[in-house]
Design a protein around this ligand. Structure first.
Ligand code: HEM
Length: 405
């Protein structure tokens, strides 16, 4: 049998996709000693774990993965507690709140970032745009001070490093834990102030939300905001960089999207399938469960490889090919719980910010295409992805002829 490279090896980090293929083929249920977890890589298995129709899995693993940096968030919850919490926060991320309150925030933040480089004819779409845009949007939605954006950026970078710290580097752990303290010191006085003087922002919406007589405490709101910075920042950041990297590598598809902007959701969905921002999500087995390749005992950690499942040849034709026109990507609107890919997970914890992410990508990509009519990669630059837990391109230098206006 072919040897499967270790998920913590440099070889795997450089390009996990060949290893994913070997895992799907020869070891769909793989014990990984260093993370003490069972690794699953086939679409049907990852889908089954996420959907969890039979109540076989919990998110108890987040007690050690998330709690030290965020406190208790919606991701650690289950059953009625989770359902009520989701009902409290979800309305802000769809429908009229999203369209009337937050689309203008997204448009403004995208435009501000683009205005800073549109006259130059060069930009790094990761540094100048993707890493700033989603985190600025969330901070602005929450009604926080613009001058604090660099701080959020630092916090969320530390949080993401903590989450991806599979090798257990103590400095990364300590930096993540410090973030929790600093964020609480910053956020709790603002929450108290907002309860006194509510506005039109997301923080005020969260302060006043009530379902079945339940409201969120200051600590609950702080933990949720902390999760938003990480869950909504890093992911969307990598998705925007990814969609551009993929389109720049396929000039015919870039030209098609430029000519017909209604293709942006397809390009986004195909990017999330082909190069998802989140590659690993863990769960805990509540009972003994049989998956392809064997049985997981009760109480085990299961690592779901989204990046592997999304390229399963049992599910997608020629899965390594990036093709926004592929026929096995049927949800052209890109988002429903029956999505075409696993990048937003599925089931109870399906990404609550999926529509917000979609709006950010549509607005951002539209504005970027308008500002850069002949955008191309800087001469000689070869894009490279980094990351194992989350993954994306680290820089994307481009050239273009500046347009007036
Ligand atoms: C949940 C991915 C954007 C907020 C999730 C999960 C994934 C995911 C995989 C499930 C985690 C699990 O089941 O353990 C993504 C990707 C995004 C994105 C790929 C961008 C392309 C956003 C945005 C926000 C957000 C913009 C909000 C600002 C959340 C929250 C949850 C979540 C709060 C937890 C939901 C729950 O536990 O019920 N996301 N996300 N995400 N996401 Fe996203």
């Amino acid at each position: 049998a072919q040897q499967v490279p270790d998920i913590l090896s440099p070889e795997f980090a450089a390009d996990p996709y060949p290893a994913y293929r070997v895992m799907r083929e020869t070891a769909p249920l793989l014990w990984h000693e260093a993370t003490k977890s069972y690794v699953v890589s086939r679409y049907e298995d990852v889908e089954r774990v996420f959907k969890d129709k039979a109540g076989e899995f919990t998110t108890d693993n987040y007690a050690w993965q998330l709690e030290p940096v965020h406190g208790k968030t919606i991701l650690q919850m289950s059953g009625r507690e989770h359902a009520v919490r989701r009902a409290l926060v979800a309305p802000a991320f769809r429908g009229s709140d999203l369209e009337q309150k937050f689309l203008p925030v997204i448009e403004r933040n995208s435009r501000e970032l683009i205005d800073a480089f549109r006259h130059k004819g060069t930009a790094d779409l990761v540094d100048d745009f993707a890493t700033r845009f989603p985190v600025n949007v969330i901070a602005d939605m929450l009604g926080l001070d613009k001058a604090d954006h660099p701080r959020f950026h630092r916090w969320y970078t530390a949080v993401i490093a903590f989450l991806g710290n599979l090798a257990g580097d103590p400095e990364v752990t300590a930096a993540g834990e410090r973030t929790r303290v600093e964020f609480a010191e910053y956020m709790l006085p603002i929450i108290r102030e907002r309860r006194e003087n509510p506005g039109d922002d997301l923080l005020s919406v969260l302060c006043s939300a009530e379902v079945d007589g339940v409201r969120m405490s200051d600590e609950d709101i702080k933990a949720f905001c902390s999760l938003l910075l990480a869950a909504g920042g890093e992911t969307t950041d990598k998705a925007i960089a990814g969609i551009f990297a993929n389109l720049l590598a396929h000039p015919d598809q870039l030209a098609a999207v430029r000519a017909d902007r209604s293709l942006i959701p397809r390009a986004f969905a195909e990017t999330l399938r082909h190069t998802p921002p989140v590659h690993m999500i863990m769960r805990q087995s509540a009972t003994e469960v049989t998956l392809s390749g064997g049985t997981v005992p009760a109480g085990a950690t299961v690592t779901c490889l989204i990046g592997a499942a999304n390229r399963d040849e049992r599910r997608y034709a020629d899965p390594d090919r990036f093709d926004i026109f592929r026929e096995d990507l049927t949800t052209t609107t890109a988002f429903s719980a029956a999505a075409d890919h696993l990048a937003f997970a599925l089931g109870r914890h399906f990404c609550v910010g999926a529509l917000l992410a979609k709006a950010e990508v549509e607005i951002g990509v539209n504005q970027l295409l308008d500002a850069m009519p002949d955008v191309r990669l800087a001469d000689g630059f070869r894009t490279a992805e980094q990351g194992v837990f989350t993954r994306g391109v680290q820089s994307l230098p481009v050239r273009f002829t500046p347009v007036q206006g």
